[in-house]
Each structure stands twice: as structure tokens, then as C-alpha cells.
Design a protein. Structure first.
Length: 270
């Protein structure tokens, strides 16, 4: 059976080896989507051993601070001219730090958390946050946020189609935080890159994937793309020194070599 790209349908692809165990993925030559046909059995919904120690929570809080800062900066030039307050849906909020920080930055009417993991959903509810279990529980919203979530979704394209057509209000924003497999680290030092998780990640993205998606979908357009480095934490270990070296590299080479990006899509007003 012929293999085709799950996003654009192209049958032209190349293979890329990503680690010392010779694991490989396919990269579409048309839209640059990275994918494979592995069967995954990750039971995220019922996972009860997710870490809640102070060190882990502090790490995710720092990342949420970075993410919220980048998101707020991106919104300054896009959504600020829209009527507020916003109705916001965050899919995969995890520990809930982004909503905690973002609601201090912008005026929010309703902030919905769609969290499938039962343990984290109950934790969010104890914090007084509005938690939903499915998209059917809400009407249209002004903004949907997925922070490093889309790569975990088996049929990511179907989810995007549904969000844009059924859950976003006209003129609403779809905000995605994604890893960029075209960056310097995943391209030249793949064994050091967090993003090549073939056990959990169905897909691997670059901004071009969404450019092609919007061109075909015709329901949304890209209003901004901002690149950033996925991991800024460093130490005086071998891995930490490598990270410091890569930070220096990212100061010298073009911006598109960063290994992550935030992209904002806006639904067409019709």
C-alpha cells in the first residue's frame, strides 16, 4: 500500500534517521510534515503517575511563563484590535499554569480547559478552573490554544479541521506551540533533541506544514510565526554545555534554525 502524507496527501517523502537505535521517520517533501506508521499504545487519559514534585512543577511553571510572554507579545500585533473579553479554550492545559498567567495579561470572559488526563483534570477542578471533557461541551470561542499538544493527537488534521470549522468564531485565533524539526538541533544533532519522541509523538512539524494546510483548507490564514529555542535551561554538565553552545549558534545562524515556534492562525470572517 502506498504511503501518503496525513496532512497534504503527497506520496513524495524522504527518510530521516533520528537516533543511535536507527529509529527513523518520514518527512514529506511537499509540506515537511514528519510522520511514521508506528502503532502507539500511550494511555495518557488513565496515567496516574505524572510527576507533581516541586522541581517538575517549577520547570513547567518557568516554561509557562516563557510561553505566556511570547503569546502575549504575539497578540499585541494581532488580537488586540478584537473585541474583548475573550472566550478561550486551552486543549491539554496540563498543570494549568498558562491559564493562571494569561488571565492576568488579557481580559477573559470564559477560560475552558480540555484536559483528558483524569488526574490532571481533577487537579484543575480543585483549583477552581473550568474543565471540560470534550469539545461538544462548549460553543464557539474566540481563541484556541494548544501548547505542544498537536503532535500527540492521532488524527491531528481532523482536529484542526474541527476546531476551525466548528469551534472557532469568525475572526477567532488558533494558537499553536510546536517543535520545529528543521531547526539546527534536530537537523544536525538529532540524538540530543527532545522533540524526536517516536513513542509519543505522531507528527513532527515546521511552519511550512501549516502554510500548506491553510492554503488547502482555505478557512484560516497565518497571521504570525515567532521562532524560539525549546530548552533554555543549561548547567555545567556535558548536556548543559552543549545547550550553551547551541544558544551561541542560535545567535549567529538565521532565525529559522530555532527548534520551536508559536504560530497564530486566524479563521476567515465570512
Amino acid at each position: 500500500m502506498q504511503i501518503t502524507c496525513p496532512f497534504c496527501g503527497s506520496s513524495h517523502y524522504r527518510s530521516k534517521t533520528i537516533d543511535w537505535r536507527l529509529n527513523s521517520i518520514l518527512i514529506c517533501c511537499n509540506c515537511e510534515l514528519g510522520f511514521d506508521e508506528r502503532h502507539r499504545e500511550v494511555d495518557y487519559e488513565n496515567e496516574l503517575t505524572l510527576p507533581l514534585d516541586e522541581k517538575t512543577l517549577a520547570k513547567y511553571y518557568r516554561f509557562a511563563q516563557r510561553s505566556t510572554g511570547m503569546l502575549n507579545a504575539a497578540l499585541e500585533s494581532t488580537a488586540r484590535d478584537q473585541q474583548m473579553p475573550f472566550n478561550i479554550l486551552e486543549i491539554g492545559p496540563g498543570y494549568g499554569f498558562m491559564s493562571e498567567l494569561l488571565t492576568k495579561k488579557i481580559e477573559v470572559k470564559n477560560y475552558y480547559h480540555l484536559e483528558l488526563n483524569q488526574m490532571l483534570a481533577k487537579r484543575l477542578e480543585r483549583q477552581g478552573k473550568t474543565v471540560i471533557r470534550s469539545l461538544d461541551a462548549i460553543d464557539r470561542v474566540d481563541m484556541v490554544i494548544l501548547g505542544h499538544v498537536l503532535e500527540h493527537i492521532g488524527d491531528a488534521k481532523a482536529l484542526l479541521d474541527n476546531l476551525i470549522s466548528s469551534k472557532l468564531a469568525p475572526g477567532g485565533y488558533l494558537i499553536l506551540f510546536q517543535t520545529n524539526h528543521a531547526g539546527f538541533i534536530p537537523r544536525y544533532l538529532p540524538m540530543l533533541w527532545y522533540g524526536w519522541q517516536v513513542v509519543q509523538h505522531h507528527y513532527h512539524f515546521t511552519p511550512r506544514v501549516f502554510e500548506k494546510y491553510c492554503h488547502v483548507n482555505q478557512q484560516a490564514s497565518i497571521v504570525s510565526v515567532n521562532m524560539y529555542s525549546l530548552d533554555l535551561e543549561a548547567s555545567f554538565s556535558i548536556k548543559g554545555l552543549v545547550k550553551i553552545f547551541l544558544k551561541v549558534v542560535n545567535l549567529i545562524i538565521p532565525e529559522n534554525h530555532y527548534d520551536a515556534f508559536i504560530i497564530i492562525l486566524q479563521k476567515a470572517v465570512r
